[in-house]
Design a protein around this ligand. Structure first.
Ligand code: SF4
Length: 209
């Protein structure tokens, strides 16, 4: 990462962390992916049941591989014979790993979901939610965060899942009501009722999308 980008990210992260703390959430700054992995593993006691939803950034720092070891009980919805049952089991997991579609400099998290298993688990259920977020997810304000989530994250996710949506053909959001749309549920996390439940690890890197 460029030295000047690193300086800017370190400074901006302090503002984001203060914003998260004002919303009863915890924020951390990692200068590298390795540091982010270390912080995340310190937040996950050995023996925890762990699951995830749409956590590309967690994969990119090596966190998903780390919790698939014998030290943890990983609930793998992709490998489960009954994926719906595995997703429902996620609600009682000790730890839920997730990415963020976008967030504001003052700590509001923006996530969009089609099936809603991810946003519902973020909102309620797992005892602890750990977000891994590259600094590329931080936007100046609510409007720019929503624009990022809708115009960058969602169209890329539509490509990822091979969906038949207008954005998959044009790269731009057309505000569709296609049966394939992944923009069904919008979750804004502006405050956590439960101290110690939501943790955001900001990483000095471009992670996810
Ligand atoms: S609303 Fe439709 S076109 Fe827009 S990003 Fe979502 S799926 Fe794509």
């Amino acid at each position: 990462m460029n030295e000047n980008i690193t300086k800017r990210n370190a400074l901006l992260a302090q503002k984001v962390i203060k914003g998260l703390e004002s919303r009863n959430m915890s924020g951390y700054y990692a200068a590298t992916k390795e540091e982010a992995l270390k912080i995340a593993l310190e937040l996950i006691p050995k023996g925890s049941s762990v699951t995830m939803g749409g956590a590309t950034s967690a994969q990119e720092i090596g966190l998903v591989d780390a919790v698939k070891t014998a030290d943890y009980r990983f609930i793998d919805r992709y490998a489960a014979a009954d994926r719906g049952a595995a997703e429902r089991e996620s609600y009682s997991a000790d730890v839920y790993l997730a990415g963020i579609n976008a967030m504001t400099e003052d700590g509001i998290l923006v996530n969009i979901d089609g099936n809603a298993n991810r946003v519902s688990a973020i909102a309620y259920g797992p005892k602890k939610v750990i977000f891994i977020a590259g600094m590329n997810k931080v936007c100046a304000d609510y409007d720019s965060a929503m624009k990022r989530a809708r115009n960058v994250a969602a169209p890329i996710n539509a490509q990822r899942f091979g969906l038949s949506t207008p954005c998959a053909k044009t790269g731009a959001c057309m505000d569709c009501k296609s049966p394939d749309t992944i923009c069904c549920q919008f979750l804004l996390t502006r405050y956590s009722k439960h101290a110690g439940r939501i943790h955001v690890i900001l990483v000095n890197d471009n992670l996810g999308f």
